[in-house]
Design a protein around this ligand. Structure first.
Ligand SMILES: Cc1ncc(COP(=O)(O)O)c(C=O)c1O
Length: 509
């Protein structure tokens, strides 16, 4: 079967709002579902697919990744891409269940499968991952937890092991409200909800507020998990470019033209850029939001990880019109497996979020909440924060110094004053995903910039490096590997393969 011939003549629609890679995935997917391409069919190599549709290789790779995510194709290393077994079950058991066809369409970020692959690269194979935004496991407060458990001689009260309120364990909600009061956020137990990580908080907020077709304003770039949640709700993304002064004129234009339901921001130690929104910009933003009755979702996982001057007060602390929803987590300051985050918001919103939460998990795990309560009561958190902040500051400096020394001509970046990330711009014509492929061969991974944008290939010349997870020595080794990867890409002359700038998909304004 000449697959290439069967695909030639069908072209994606350049005027469609659907990204080109999804259109290509759709064209191939149709042929798979209709059994034009039966199980086991070998599909054209990525380069050939790109040529067939007149797109960049990155787009072709993303199309195959999307199909892989849907279970329609499988990639065999060194061999190619093949049509997967669509149905499960053996013939002698009657008709098989067509799983893939039964599933709802999955709103997929182009690079999220790449991210999953990256996160799966295990440390045991000697590779260093600067990709995941994780604290160093060696700095998890294991001793503190051990002491808490050892000291709880009366053990846990059986009443705490039954069902609790969906909004969370009362004593923890109270302690979180007190912690927020220390940050200048005036709230109360009834205005705090505990969630299974802040990712769940994001999901519940979007479930409570967003319908398909609603507009959401985000900074560009921004946290990939936010993109995924907003896309899953069917919302349309309006992006505000970061990189200079905050684009208030563009925001105002969005507010007037599209009446967005929500604006999502990470004002302090932004993920991925590390940016801190200055106080004057925070005030101006709140003035504008109040005028348009805009709900502002402030995501604040990193503000306790400060390596220099204290950041300005949070938007929530400065909010006088009641439109700021505050979201945070213990994942970055303690450990991510705790899966405990929290939202401070108007009780009406929390009430609706609690209803949505009941559909998925009734309430967040009691043991994690109980443990966290004891930890907060013990007064150990500020001590732990001081320890990790001191260590992360050293790591940030070590990575910045090594990068300047070894990759100075190839990369530029600003040193962040807190958080986990160095956001680097690639100075030469090197695409971040090409560099990632080269780097993984050297035993290094990071997140390519496109992952943080709503409209790739924006970000194709940027990369995010997390400096928190590894020791200074490992960061130095990671830099040596990055320098080798950069040299490898240059030597192979692969720079020429950067997709043409005119393929950028821009938001509609
Ligand atoms: C800005 C931001 N929000 C939310 C999260 C999710 O955190 P959690 O582990 O609490 O779900 C992350 C994790 O990387 C993040 O960077």
């Amino acid at each position: 079967m000449d697959i290439s011939k069967m695909l030639s003549g069908i072209q994606p629609d350049p005027l469609s709002r659907q990204p080109i890679y999804l259109q290509i995935a759709g064209i191939i997917g149709d042929k798979i579902i209709n059994l034009v391409f039966p199980t086991g069919t070998k599909l054209p190599p990525e380069r050939e697919l790109a040529a067939l549709f007149g797109v960049s290789r990155t787009t072709a790779i993303n199309a195959y990744r999307h199909l892989e995510q849907q279970g329609m194709v499988v990639t065999r290393v060194g061999s190619g891409t093949y049509v997967a077994e669509l149905a499960d079950g053996r013939e002698d058991e009657g008709p098989a269940v067509p799983w893939v066809q039964l599933m709802t369409p999955f709103p997929q970020m182009p690079l999220s499968t790449v991210l999953r692959e990256i996160l799966n690269i295990s440390v045991s194979d000697g590779s260093i991952s600067l990709a995941a935004g994780m604290p160093d496991p060696a700095l998890y407060p294991a001793d503190i937890l051990h002491q808490i458990v050892a000291r709880s001689d009366k053990g846990i009260n059986p009443a705490d092991l039954g069902h609790i309120a969906t909004e969370g364990y009362g004593p923890l909600r109270r302690l979180v409200a007190e912690m927020l009061a220390d940050r200048g956020i005036s709230t109360g137990t009834d205005k705090v909800m505990i969630t299974a990580g802040s990712q769940q908080g994001l999901y519940l907020i979007s479930k409570a507020l967003l319908e398909p077709g609603d507009y959401v304003v985000v900074e560009s770039p921004t946290f990939i998990g936010a993109h995924q949640v907003f896309r899953a709700s069917g919302a349309r993304i309006l992006s505000l470019p970061l990189g200079g002064p905050f684009p208030f004129a563009l925001l105002e234009d969005y507010l007037v033209r599209y009446r967005p339901k929500l604006m999502y921001l990470i004002p302090t130690y932004h993920n991925p850029t590390g940016r801190v929104m200055p106080e004057a910009e925070r005030r101006e933003l709140l003035r504008l939001a109040a005028r348009h009755r805009l709900v502002v979702l402030e995501d604040d996982p990193y503000s306790d990880l400060c390596y220099g001057e204290k950041p300005p007060a949070s938007l929530k602390a400065m909010d006088t019109y009641g439109g700021v929803v505050y979201l945070s987590t213990f994942s970055k300051i303690l450990f991510p497996g705790l899966r405990t985050g929290y939202v401070a918001a108007h009780p009406a919103l929390l009430n609706r979020m609690a209803m949505e939460k009941q559909f998925i998990d009734l309430h967040t795990n009691n043991l994690a909440q109980w443990l966290l309560c004891r930890l907060l009561e013990s007064g150990a958190l500020p001590v732990h924060l001081e320890l990790v902040s001191r260590e992360y500051k050293k790591r940030r400096d070590a990575l910045a110094k090594a990068l300047r020394r070894q990759c100075g001509d190839d990369l530029s970046f600003e040193t962040p004053q807190g958080g986990f990330y160095l956001w680097c711009r690639l100075n030469r014509l090197v695409s971040s995903s090409r560099l990632l492929h080269e780097a993984t061969r050297e035993g290094l991974s990071f997140v390519p910039g496109e992952a943080f944008y709503a409209y790739p290939p924006e970000g194709e010349r940027e990369i995010r490096l997390c400096f928190a997870t590894h020791t200074e020595d490992q960061l130095q080794e990671a830099t040596r590997r990055l320098a080798r990867a950069l040299a490898g890409v240059r030597k192979a002359g692969k720079e020429k393969e950067v997709p043409a700038a005119n393929q950028t998909v821009k938001p509609i304004i």
